[in-house]
Write a protein that binds this ligand. Structure first.
Ligand SMILES: CC(C)(COP(=O)(O)OP(=O)(O)OC[C@H]1O[C@@H](n2cnc3c(N)ncnc32)[C@H](O)[C@@H]1OP(=O)(O)O)[C@@H](O)C(=O)NCCC(=O)NCCS
Length: 164
């Protein structure tokens, strides 16, 4: 991983993840509650190893991931991926249960958006379960005014990133 922001007391640092960081992400996923795993992956998850491998197929341009790091461990990860040439990228995020509600999600999305905008990405698309209050509030904070289109209890929305 490559540091983006140094940690400060009680405030995790931020880093860009690289292929090879799977063990760190795997340990985060192994510590997540069933609810957080379900909120993130939209399916009951028994073993999250394959999700860690998929997440780390990053090239820093079409696919990238940033993490919050505390005491050498990943405590949150956000990632985007886009089809070549697309102006919008799919984005997803999860924060370790013990660290939720402390502003990490907001910081991570801002850092991820900075990197994405530098590669010409203009918007993030997100899927969120309609009863996921934490994610709804996070999205309200980072994308005020974004409308979600609902189908089968899952809302899908797109919000602009980078210089407006
Ligand atoms: C959704 C999630 C990423 C938010 O990250 P976070 O670091 O907790 O978010 P922040 O601390 O930056 O807070 C953003 C807002 O969400 C609220 N929030 C965060 N977690 C919450 C929770 N579990 N319940 C209610 N509100 C919550 C915060 O209070 C804040 O609200 P405010 O702007 O009104 O003050 C995190 O709760 C999580 O990982 N959830 C499980 C996975 C998930 O739902 N991913 C999203 C779908 S891909």
């Amino acid at each position: 991983m490559v540091e983006i922001e140094a940690a400060r007391r009680g405030c995790p640092g931020l880093a860009r993840l690289e292929p090879g960081d799977e063990p760190l992400v795997g340990r985060l996923f192994a510590r997540l509650s069933r609810e957080s795993l379900y909120r993130r992956f939209f399916t009951p998850v028994q073993s999250a190893d394959r999700f860690a491998s998929a997440l780390l197929r990053v090239d820093g341009m079409e696919r990238a991931a940033v993490a919050a790091i505390e005491a050498g461990e990943v405590v949150a990860v956000a990632q985007y991926s886009r089809r070549p040439g697309a102006v919008a990228a799919d984005m997803a995020i999860v924060v370790a249960d013990a660290w939720q509600g402390q502003g990490i999600g907001t910081r991570l999305i801002a850092a991820l958006a900075d990197g994405a905008a530098a590669h010409g990405i203009q918007a993030f698309s997100v899927d969120v379960q309609g009863d996921n209050l934490g994610a709804m509030r996070l999205l309200h904070r980072v994308a005020p005014g974004m409308r979600l289109a609902f189908s089968g209890g899952v809302g899908e929305g797109t919000f602009p990133i980078g210089a407006q």
